[in-house]
Design a protein around this ligand. Structure first.
Ligand code: PLP
Length: 339
């Protein structure tokens, strides 16, 4: 049993306040379109981002895959980063669900740049897949919680518009980026054709993501969600948690970013740490020196009640979230100090 769980920010438990909000949420039947709390959440999210509509979904994966199924036809191609969650960690969904192919560009921090994207766009020729979607991830999970400047997004938007690419954002941790960079939701709503945001990561809800976009896109996405069995009935209980998360747990994300920075500083002083990716938000990625075995290191920590994860070779990952206390951080440091 893990006492301190830094494997992901998905592990948070609903707080007392959130549970109370859930129990007090009026419910209806969302497939019939009359669950008042789901309607309230979708209106709140759309209003904040300045999009026409929103759709409450089970998970980030479901929201991303619905968006891709809505945007793509068989034989189309998605341009994304080689670290992208939509490609690496959604069960082959782009191929299985949307029958589309993928091409990659981006830097070691998980960030994509206009020049690389331009190099991925295929000529309109029967030999090639049809370049159709440009998909960003902000923050980049495998990149180490890195985030985009608004100017970078605007430059990518310009490329997408010029080449008629649909611009999708996997914003599973978009609120971390908004807090870290002091940006506004509405800038994102304007820039992207579709955005998925997760309520069940750093914001602390047990379940749920919201997909944002135009009325036409969300209308179609609602059909796709139903088709894949994602129509849910008294979902208002979960929408109640999501509304509570949006109203109470956004500003405090800054505390998780500070915790990641402090741990990065500490790790940087340890002889057995080879490199630390400077954290921008709540994800901290580091590599171990050659004489340390990554699997064994993670296993040893687990025996001491501390959970961390890995995202490939030389990529140990700690994720900071609202269930990690100051005392937990001290304990992790004291365990690591005597390794
Ligand atoms: C960047 C990113 N996108 C999407 C997801 C998928 O979210 P879910 O686990 O809710 O399917 C995750 C999950 O960790 C993620 O990190």
């Amino acid at each position: 049993m893990l006492k301190i769980d830094l494997r992901s920010d998905t592990v948070t438990r609903p707080s007392k306040g959130m549970l109370k909000a859930m129990f007090n949420s009026p419910v209806g039947d969302d497939v019939w379109g009359d669950d008042p709390t789901v309607i309230k959440l979708e209106e709140l999210a759309a209003e904040r981002f300045g999009t026409e509509k929103a759709l409450f979904c089970v998970s980030g994966t479901q929201a991303n895959q619905i968006a891709l199924m809505s945007h793509l036809s068989p034989g189309d191609e998605v341009i994304c980063h080689p670290y992208a969650h939509i490609y690496n960690y959604e069960g082959g969904g782009i191929a299985a669900n949307a029958h589309a192919s993928v091409t990659f560009t981006g830097d070691a921090r998980g960030i994509m740049h206009p020049k690389g994207v331009l190099g991925c766009i295929k000529a309109d020729d029967v030999h090639y897949p049809k370049s159709r979607v440009l998909a960003l991830e902000n923050t980049s999970n495998k990149g180490g919680g890195t985030c985009y400047e608004l100017e970078e997004i605007e430059a990518l938007r310009a490329v997408a518009s010029k080449h008629r690419l649909t611009f999708h954002l996997d914003g599973a941790r978009l609120f971390n980026a908004l807090v870290a960079k002091n940006q506004n939701e509405s800038d994102y709503g304007t820039a992207f054709d579709s955005i998925s945001i997760c309520l069940s990561k750093g914001l602390g809800a047990p379940v749920g993501s919201v997909l944002l976009g135009s009325e036409e896109f969300i209308h179609h996405s609602r059909r796709v969600r139903k088709r894949i069995g994602g129509g849910w009935r008294q979902a208002g209980l979960l929408a109640g948690a999501a509304i509570y998360a949006l109203e109470n747990n956004v500003d405090r994300l800054a505390e998780d970013h500070t915790a990641a920075k402090e741990m990065a500083e500490f790790l940087g002083q340890q002889s057995w740490v080879k490199n630390v990716v400077a954290p921008e938000t709540n994800i901290l990625i580091f590599g171990l020196s050659e004489d340390m075995n990554q699997e064994k290191f993670i296993g040893t920590l687990a025996t001491k009640g501390i959970g961390i994860s890995q995202m490939g070779p030389e990529k140990c990952r700690m994720v900071f979230h609202l269930d990690v206390t100051a005392a937990d951080l001290l304990e992790v440091k004291s365990v690591l100090a005597v390794l």
